[in-house]
Design a protein around this ligand. Sequence first.
Ligand SMILES: Cc1cc2nc3c(=O)[nH]c(=O)nc-3n(C[C@H](O)[C@H](O)[C@H](O)COP(=O)(O)O)c2cc1C
Ligand SMILES: Nc1ncnc2c1ncn2[C@@H]1O[C@H](COP(=O)(O)OP(=O)(O)OP(=O)(O)O)[C@@H](O)[C@H]1O
Length: 145
Amino acid sequence: MTRPTRAVAQGTFDILHPGHVHYLEDAATYGDELHVIVARSDNVTHKAPPILSDRQRLDMVQALAVVDVARLGHPDDIFVPIEEIQPDVIVLGYDQHHDADGIRAALADRGIDCRVERASARDQQYPDELLSTGSIVDRIVDRRG
Ligand SMILES: Cc1cc2nc3c(=O)[nH]c(=O)nc-3n(C[C@H](O)[C@H](O)[C@H](O)COP(=O)(O)O)c2cc1C
Ligand SMILES: Nc1ncnc2c1ncn2[C@@H]1O[C@H](COP(=O)(O)OP(=O)(O)OP(=O)(O)O)[C@@H](O)[C@H]1O
């Protein structure tokens, strides 16, 4: 019997919103099982640090029906969880800064046989829909700050 194919998604997922759900639902279509790596706060250095703790972001992602297994990322080496999960495909977010070819090269260096794809974006479904954590935080500061 062949094992189920595994897709991996990853991100910060701070204050969940419909863009996150869209990404995870899209990523799930690439495999039979969806595994999600939640970035550790200490590794989120390319933008403002998360509001919510590692544990809370992990628990919220794991609670989504589309997610089979969620885990916190490795503190130092982003390819350690990949080696453990052994995915068939890594699905990058539509706007993630990671370079797909760079990841393919790193996977090949480590002898990991895994495709790299990119998810689609969710467009606003109605005028007031907030589709980024940054815009939700901006509104909170504006209305409650
Ligand atoms: C293939 C892959 C594996 C990753 N593994 C980890 C990890 O083990 N630990 C971690 O803290 N972040 C991990 N990340 C997340 C990145 O470090 C980065 O913080 C994350 O992609 C931020 O995305 P966002 O800005 O879309 O939230 C991984 C990213 C990729 C593309
Ligand atoms: N509108 C959206 N459509 C599709 N995917 C999205 C959308 N918003 C976020 N994502 C995806 O969700 C994943 C995690 O996103 P992240 O945690 O960086 O949230 P964010 O809302 O984009 O944050 P920020 O506003 O701080 O940049 C990323 O892969 C990102 O591409």
